[in-house]
Design a protein around this ligand. Structure first.
Ligand code: ZN
Length: 256
């Protein structure tokens, strides 16, 4: 089950990397769509549209900035002798070694890929200590798949242009326009969650191919156990089901 410490960490983390950036961007774009709207006579210039197209990709940039301002990059530590030895044994034979950053964030599970230009994997000292080398090797295959995916949902960024037609449609109804802004932020967060879920499943499949389905299932179940918030393990069950395990197999994995 998720510990209170992990819960606190991830609440702050999601605020910083997702919720706050999305609401700030929504405020920015809907303000621009209201005051600089070439569709409405007398409210700004056509140049504005071109300028806004340059903003595409800004939501990912904002998420990255949120991450850089979060606790994670500030908590990078040098591995001690034992940790360095364990990390050294994780490199796949013949594979490209991952650029890995060890972070000390308390007893919080953390394993994530990212880093924009330079591909990086972030791993908490807690997860390094708790998971076996076998498990970590499998989980790193999952992160490697994320790094290969890169920015897969750039097309959705065009939705950030929605404030302009909405501003034009609702030019006489500022309150409705404000309501659509709030709805937009909510829907964008839902969309991000859905896209991330799909990316998780495809990274799971890639990792299962790389290190064996049953090995990967066990490693994932162990890592995700610390993210379950309700009894019945719905998170692990849905991910294992998507991986192709039968209910009986899932029960076996969860009992380990
Ligand atoms: Zn993932």
């Amino acid at each position: 089950m998720m510990s209170p410490e992990t819960q606190r960490f991830y609440t702050a983390y999601r605020l910083q990397t997702s919720i706050i950036p999305v609401y700030l961007l929504t405020a920015l774009f809907f303000t621009l769509g209201w005051y600089f709207n070439p569709l409405i006579p007398g409210r700004g210039t056509g140049l504005m549209f071109g300028g806004v197209v340059l903003f595409l990709g800004i939501s990912r940039l904002a998420g990255w900035l949120g991450f850089m301002l979060s606790r994670v990059p500030k908590s990078v530590v040098q591995p001690d002798a034992d940790q360095a030895a364990k990390l050294g044994r994780l490199g796949p034979e013949g594979g490209v070694p991952l650029e890995l950053r060890l972070v000390e964030i308390g007893n919080v599970p953390f394993l994530a890929a990212g880093g924009g230009i330079a591909p990086l994997v972030w791993l908490s000292t807690h997860s390094l200590g708790r998971l076996s080398e076998e498990d970590l090797r499998c989980l790193l295959e999952h992160e490697r798949a994320h790094l290969r995916q890169g920015c897969s949902f750039a097309g959705w960024d065009f939705l950030w242009l929605l404030p302009w037609p909405l501003g034009w449609l609702l030019a006489a109804e500022p309150l409705y326009y404000l309501a659509t802004a709030i709805l937009f932020a909510w829907a964008w967060l839902r969309l991000q969650g859905w896209l991330r879920w799909r990316e998780e499943l495809s990274a799971d499949k890639a990792a299962a191919n790389a290190c064996g389905r049953d090995n990967y299932a066990r490693a994932m179940a162990k890592h995700l156990a610390e993210f379950e918030t309700v009894p019945g393990s719905p998170l692990r069950r849905s991910r294992l089901t998507a991986l192709g395990l039968s209910p009986t197999e899932i029960d076996g994995v969860l009992q380990d």
